[in-house]
Structure formats: structure tokens, C-alpha cells
Design a protein around this ligand. Structure first.
Ligand SMILES: [Mn+2]
Length: 334
């Protein structure tokens, strides 16, 4: 890691133009990492643009004050990717998760850097700094930026990194949360991050329709595999009835594991042209392996996949059958 950070120091000194991106439907860790890094580099006088496939969700808009986030349009932005000296990917391990940016990404001669904590990264980067044990990419980035230039962690950079760590640790409760995580967040608070302000912006800025969506989502939960698997099923009609959209589901997945004895939770969302599946698990159940069966992936305890050309009910049947072996093979929760 130290060697890689020294290479980054060289690159951040010698190169001048940077494009930063992350995965579709970005969460606070993706956007926090992007904006923190972009702000850090631009404070050093570098030309930086963040290009994302998806719009920034409402509750994460505050991060655009750390650094502007641009939604990618091929006609306007492909050239920026081709011209960039350096292309940095944060918090995502697969090229297909950049969606529309993939084409320009494959063509550009820019030096490619990956900073991530997802399992099994694709070998697309010239330099990959990947730590599976980090609970958030923002935590890895904190370690990198501190070593490069501690003074570069200004209050806005600290705010963005704090948001990423808070969100990816489930507010400091998921299994990968360590004493080190708390030391890092303490350092971020000392550098100007305001925990309650960030919490409020992310978790207390919903509207009535998202609360109604929560109601319907909770009602839809059913149990399977002797009560060890919980499924939350959200057809398109739920979104139309409540006036919400697919990205509003992100904060609801946490409820799927709150039932006693449930060790694996699955959220099914009917999109226009696919079924989106989010897996969550407790203990040793590797849901990234379960997601892989459908071309997806992620972390051991949180993963996702999409299935095309299938009805919602058929997807539910197939996926529930496909997770049964993971429950039988598991040694229970640790
Ligand atoms: Mn992450």
C-alpha cells in the first residue's frame, strides 16, 4: 500500500487533468469518495471533473457543495474522458457498472486508477488500491489522503469522507466497523465534519411519499426457508401508487435483516426492463456468491444483481430457490 501511495503521489504531482467516476445509482460512499478526492485534487490546482451515469439522489445533493457532480452525456463528455490524463474509479469493481461511460473508458489512453473495497475487482486499472476489509472506500481514501497531504483534509473533504463511512457502515454498526474506523471518524470530526448535520441530511430529509413507500415495503415482506430468508417485493405499481422511484428503496434494505432468525434478506425491485435484486446477510453467508449466479457481485454481506427478460414473480421464485443452498451450507450466524 505504501508503495502504491508513493506512485499516487507522483501521479497527483505530474498529471493535471483527472476524471473521477463510480457505479450507477451511487450511494454516499461512492459520492463521498468522489467529491472528497475531487476537492482534494482541485485544491492542489488540478483540473477535475466527476462524471456519473446516474443523477445524484436528493438526500446526497449536499455533497455537490464539496465538489460539483456532472451527469454524463456521451455527446458532451466522452471527449473529456478521451483527453484526461488520469481516470480514477472509486467504490466499484466492474467496468459494466459505469454503464454509459464504459465505451469512452475502454478507448481512453488515460492512466487508470481504482480505489475500492468490493470483492473480486476486474483487472482494468493500471494501479489498484483495494482493501476488502475496509468498511468503506471513504476509509481507504482517508488513509491515502492523510499520507499524501494531511492539510488537504479540509472541512468539506472531511464531511464527504464522514458521509461515506457513516453510510457504508450502517451508521457504525456493520461487521467491518472497527476501532480504526472510529479513530478515523474522530479525526474527520476534528477536521470539521459535523456528525448530526450529515446524519440529518442523509437520513432525515425524506418526504411523505418515501415514508409511504417504507410502509408498503415492510408490508410486502415474507419469510422463506424456515424463517431464515426474508424477501421484500416491490412491483412497479408500488412506485406509481406512492409517487416514488426506484432509488428511494436504497434506505429500505436495512429493514430486511431486522427479523429474528433471518440470516439472509433479499429485496426485489421491478424496474422498467429488469428485476433488481439486493442481497443482505448476517455472519458467514456470502451473498456476493449468490449474486454471482445472476451476473452480479458485491461484498460478503451485501451484494446485488439484475435479471432481464423475466417477470417479477418468476424472478422471486428462481432467486429464492437459488439461495436455499447458502442457508443449508451456512454455519449459522457468528
Ligand atoms: Mn462502498
Amino acid at each position: 500500500m505504501i508503495e502504491q501511495i508513493e506512485r499516487l503521489r507522483e501521479i497527483f504531482t505530474s498529471k493535471n487533468s483527472f476524471v473521477i467516476t463510480s457505479h450507477i445509482n451511487p450511494d454516499a460512499d461512492a459520492l463521498g469518495s468522489e467529491t472528497a478526492l475531487a476537492r482534494f485534487l482541485s485544491d492542489q490546482g488540478k483540473r477535475v471533473i466527476i462524471l456519473n451515469q446516474s443523477e445524484t439522489p436528493e438526500n446526497l445533493q449536499f455533497l455537490t457543495a464539496v465538489f460539483p457532480i456532472t451527469t454524463y452525456h456521451e455527446t458532451h463528455h466522452a471527449q473529456s474522458i478521451l483527453d484526461a490524463e488520469c481516470f480514477i474509479v472509486v467504490d466499484t469493481n466492474a467496468v459494466q457498472r459505469f454503464k454509459a461511460l464504459e465505451h469512452a473508458f475502454r478507448k481512453t489512453k488515460a492512466l487508470k486508477i481504482l480505489i475500492d473495497h468490493h470483492l473480486e475487482p476486474e483487472p482494468f486499472a493500471d494501479i489498484a488500491i483495494v482493501d476488502f476489509n475496509a468498511p468503506a472506500t471513504s476509509e481507504i481514501l482517508f488513509n491515502i489522503l492523510t499520507k499524501l497531504d494531511e492539510q488537504g483534509i479540509t472541512p468539506p473533504v472531511a464531511e464527504a469522507l464522514y458521509a461515506g463511512i457513516m453510510s457504508d457502515t450502517g451508521s457504525f454498526k456493520f461487521p467491518l466497523t472497527t476501532a480504526e474506523t472510529h479513530r478515523i471518524t474522530a479525526a474527520l470530526i476534528e477536521r470539521g465534519a459535523q456528525p448530526y448535520k450529515i446524519y440529518q441530511q442523509i437520513y432525515e430529509s425524506g418526504n411523505l411519499s418515501t415514508v409511504h413507500l417504507l410502509g408498503k415495503a415492510l408490508e410486502s415482506i415474507t419469510l422463506h426457508c424456515n424463517g431464515k430468508v426474508a424477501a421484500m417485493i416491490l412491483p412497479q405499481s408500488t412506485f406509481t401508487e406512492t409517487g416514488t422511484k426506484e432509488s428511494d428503496v436504497d434506505n429500505l434494505t436495512q429493514y430486511i435483516l431486522t427479523i429474528k432468525n433471518v440470516v439472509l434478506g433479499i429485496v426485489f425491485v421491478e424496474l422498467e426492463n429488469a428485476i433488481k435484486i439486493s442481497y443482505r446477510s448476517k455472519g458467514n453467508i456470502p451473498v456476493n456468491e449468490a449474486a454471482k449466479l445472476y451476473g452480479g457481485g458485491g461484498h460478503k454481506n451485501a451484494a446485488g444483481a439484475r435479471i432481464k427478460n423475466i417477470s417479477l414473480s418468476e424472478a422471486v421464485n428462481q432467486v429464492l430457490n437459488s439461495v436455499a443452498p447458502f442457508i443449508t451450507n451456512s454455519k449459522g450466524i457468528s
